[in-house]
Design a protein around this ligand. Structure first.
Ligand code: AMP
Length: 217
């Protein structure tokens, strides 16, 4: 069992945060909180929050902090987070990280580790533009590196695979630029707080997962 359980997964889009989260929650009782998945669910359900977020997401921009922070605060306050959680894709700005410290403080929780998923830019673009996502269970596959057994069908649940609209080349490039400008400063933030751990997420999935377990143990 891993020792560090209140986690932030940090890193550019395509670095494998979602993929390794899926594996980790199958081994450990942790709650996976992906702000991107929550927004996509809001869009599917046609909510006001979803329609406001969609315009930003389709452009590869960040959704404004005010829409994200309350949503995460409400989720972290739930009892099921008491045994640990993975924040995947949150925080994405220094303001969000500061708000997270406040939110966590209010619910008596503290971040144990911020894991930085490192991978070269070319690989990220390749992964993003070839990514396939299951509409049902959100599992990720890849047309180049991790093909599903049957075209267009999820290996885990039989759900339909689709390409996320923000995984087009243009939007993926924009998301990486936004990451460099707005999210990468969090590396300094968490280093200063003594919480940063790095893993090489260009490694094959099983080796990257072993590296993740090592930094969390
Ligand atoms: P992801 O699934 O993490 O790649 O997120 C997809 C999109 O959702 C991002 O490109 C943003 O538009 C939006 N998003 C997700 N999380 C956040 C966040 N913490 N702050 C602002 N926007 C976010």
């Amino acid at each position: 069992m891993i020792r560090k359980r209140n986690l932030v997964f940090l890193g550019p889009p395509g670095a494998g945060k979602g993929t390794l989260s899926e594996i980790l929650i199958s081994d450990e009782k942790l709650v996976h909180i992906s702000t991107g998945d929550i927004f996509r669910a809001e869009i599917r359900n046609g909510t006001a929050l979803g329609s406001e977020a969609k315009a930003y997401m389709d452009a590869g921009k960040l959704v404004p902090d005010r829409l994200v922070v309350d949503m995460v605060a409400a989720r972290l306050a739930k009892d099921d987070c008491a045994g640990g959680f993975i924040l995947d894709g949150f925080p994405r700005t220094v303001v969000q990280a500061e708000m997270l410290d406040q939110i966590a403080g209010k619910t008596g929780r503290r971040i144990d580790c911020a894991v930085l998923f490192d991978a070269p830019r070319d690989l990220l673009i390749q992964r993003l533009t070839a990514r396939l996502t299951c509409r049902n269970c959100k599992a990720n596959f890849n047309k180049l590196f991790a093909k599903p057994r049957q075209d267009g069908v999820c290996d885990h649940c039989g759900g339909e695979l689709y390409q996320r609209s923000d995984d087009s080349l243009e939007t993926a490039q924009n998301r990486l630029k936004v990451y460099e400008e707005q999210t990468a400063p969090l590396i300094e933030f968490y280093t200063a707080g003594g919480l940063l751990a790095r893993i090489d997420s260009s490694l094959p999935k099983d080796r990257a997962y072993a590296a993740l377990l090592a930094v969390l143990s």
